[in-house]
Design a protein around this ligand. Sequence first.
Ligand code: ZN
Length: 250
Amino acid sequence: MSIVQEIRCSNCGAPIKFNPGEILATCQYCGFTVVIETGEPFTFEHSMILNQFDPTQVEKSIHDWMRSGFVKPGDLARASKILEKNLMYLPFWIVHVNVISEYKGVFERLTPPMTKEGKIEKEYNWLVLARKATQFPTREYDIPLEGKIPYDFRRIEGFAKVLNSEIGKEDAADIAKQEIETLHQFLAKEFVDKIIEMKNEFSISDTLYLHAPIWFIKYEYRRKIYQLLIDGATGTAIKGDIPSTGFGIL
Ligand SMILES: [Zn+2]
């Protein structure tokens, strides 16, 4: 167990609890966000996305997911028991970045192999989870940014949990750059078989701090426990464990 520590909110004076390793903490009484190390207010934009479901309504989303697709057991919705439905507001950094990747590589699909050059230019709102130990499929989460509003603690449900940031803005930018570089290497491999060199130019125009509502669902099916993540803004499944149908044909 980690030891919870406290600082005073510089806006309302209430105690703000935080865990070791957290960098930004939000006051649960007034919604003010402070930088833990310095106690200074966080002066950048802090947004949130609203959750649209209560614990009863989210069951419909869970059952819709269970009934959809071909690979799930036919009785999944009927035979499953929902064990946990926890709403968590996860902290994210959204790095708005323009990237130009220039690459040189060898195209080996022809004989003789030839050297080719190319350029990939893209613009992203790259999502970085601001937590270190939490497993979350950021690339599968199509975050509904059009619904973002300024962070408002009064819109956070009493039963929800809000996680603080463990990753600073600069580190988030570095993570985004590394992940984009990996993606662009993958994209370049469509045009060349071997990359000789790649130069990436990143222009970050802004970085946004945002809390988004995610339902962490645990369900039991035939005495095994599975996890499912639901986007609290749209009710769509982000990622879920699917029980195998148990027929050993494959
Ligand atoms: Zn406060």
